[in-house]
Design a binder for this molecule. Structure first.
Ligand SMILES: [Zn+2]
Length: 339
């Protein structure tokens, strides 16, 4: 399967756009209505005015009525109706696959793809990608906890302070990783007190599993707790454990996320920290996938959030999320490196 259409020397861009629209429809990134309002179930994709981004439509084959439909309706491309499909798709690719920031994306689109796009437009696409991923993990976290379960699983749990934030407002993150599957869960929190850690453990780790932690006093509720088997490694004493009961995977995860954030954004806003955290999470969980597979994964997230748009996810916000931070700094919302 091929998503791109990068025939650089082809001067008829409208043809490329039409071909891309057809491909995106075929792989499900654009949705054709199942039925026209006249009842006809046969629709085509058609080029009406090839010079406009909105010039490609779905058209009912019942020509008596000339019914047409917006090809972007209910798709990821819907909010960006003034931008060509190709530009939107390439921007998503720059962000998620090429790990570029806004600045680099603009340069790449202009120099390599030969398309003009403003920074606010790129920023809008980046934000929509990030919000989509954030929403997707809210759903995924609630519905499918740690994937396949096993009573013998060992979870390493830890907290980490993220300091590369605008306004110097550091953010605490709690994480747990299944040392067997390497699947993990992360939440932003006000602090790392025992009550908060307890809530996290109760939410994500099944009774009967083994929990590995460092010697932080907040985990003392796990000592002599019949619900969990608790293994403590005192890091100060040089003990990190070995293999399946070690804390090294969770420690590695922190440095992986921090280096990704630092590489792409340098620093990020603390009040919308969760969306950047989820974005890093998506990058790590889909690491080593090629462009096409990664884009498919992303559009799957989008479909999932779209299908469940009206579903209330009741317990997704028991931890600290963006709305809990001071919202008066909402102007520097996005990537600090963008201007
Ligand atoms: Zn019709």
């Amino acid at each position: 399967m091929e998503i791109e259409s990068e025939e650089e020397n082809n001067t008829d861009n409208s043809n490329n756009e039409y071909e891309l629209a057809t491909k995106l429809k075929d792989i499900g990134f654009l949705r054709m209505p199942e039925k026209c309002i006249c009842g006809n179930t046969r629709l085509n994709i058609q080029k009406l005015n090839s010079n406009k981004p909105s010039g490609i439509v779905y058209r009912c084959t019942n020509y008596k009525y000339k019914h047409t439909y917006n090809i972007r309706k209910n798709s990821f491309f819907e909010p960006f109706k003034r931008l060509k499909l190709n530009i939107v798709l390439e921007t998503v690719k720059c962000m998620l696959c090429k790990q570029m920031n806004i600045e680099k994306t603009k340069i790449y689109l202009e120099n390599t793809i030969k398309e003009k796009i403003s920074k606010p437009s790129i920023r809008k696409i980046f934000k929509y990608v990030r919000e989509t991923i954030k929403k997707y993990y809210e759903i995924e976290y609630v519905s499918e906890i740690f994937g396949e379960k096993n009573a013998n699983d060992v979870f390493a749990i830890d907290e980490s302070l993220f300091t590369h934030t605008i306004n110097n407002q550091p953010v605490w993150v709690i994480g747990a990783i299944n040392n067997r599957t390497k699947n993990f869960r992360l939440e932003t929190v006000f602090n790392r007190d025992s009550e908060i850690l307890k809530k996290f453990v109760n939410k994500y780790i099944d009774k009967g599993n083994t929990i590995v932690s460092d010697g932080w006093a907040g985990y003392s509720f796990l000592n002599n707790n019949p619900a969990y088997n608790h293994i403590v490694h005192i890091h100060g004493g040089g003990d990190f454990g070995f293999g399946i009961t070690s804390t090294s995977y969770i420690e590695g995860l922190w440095s992986n996320i921090k280096s990704k954030i630092k590489m792409i954004y340098h620093i990020i806003p603390s009040f919308n920290f969760i969306s950047f955290l989820r974005e890093s999470e998506f990058r790590i969980k889909n690491n080593k996938k090629n462009y096409e597979v990664l884009l498919i994964e992303f559009f799957k997230c989008f479909d999932c959030t779209k299908n469940l748009e009206n579903t209330i996810i009741s317990d997704a916000h028991i931890f600290l999320h963006d709305s809990d931070f001071n919202a008066n700094s909402s102007n520097d919302e996005d990537d600090s490196s963008s201007d």
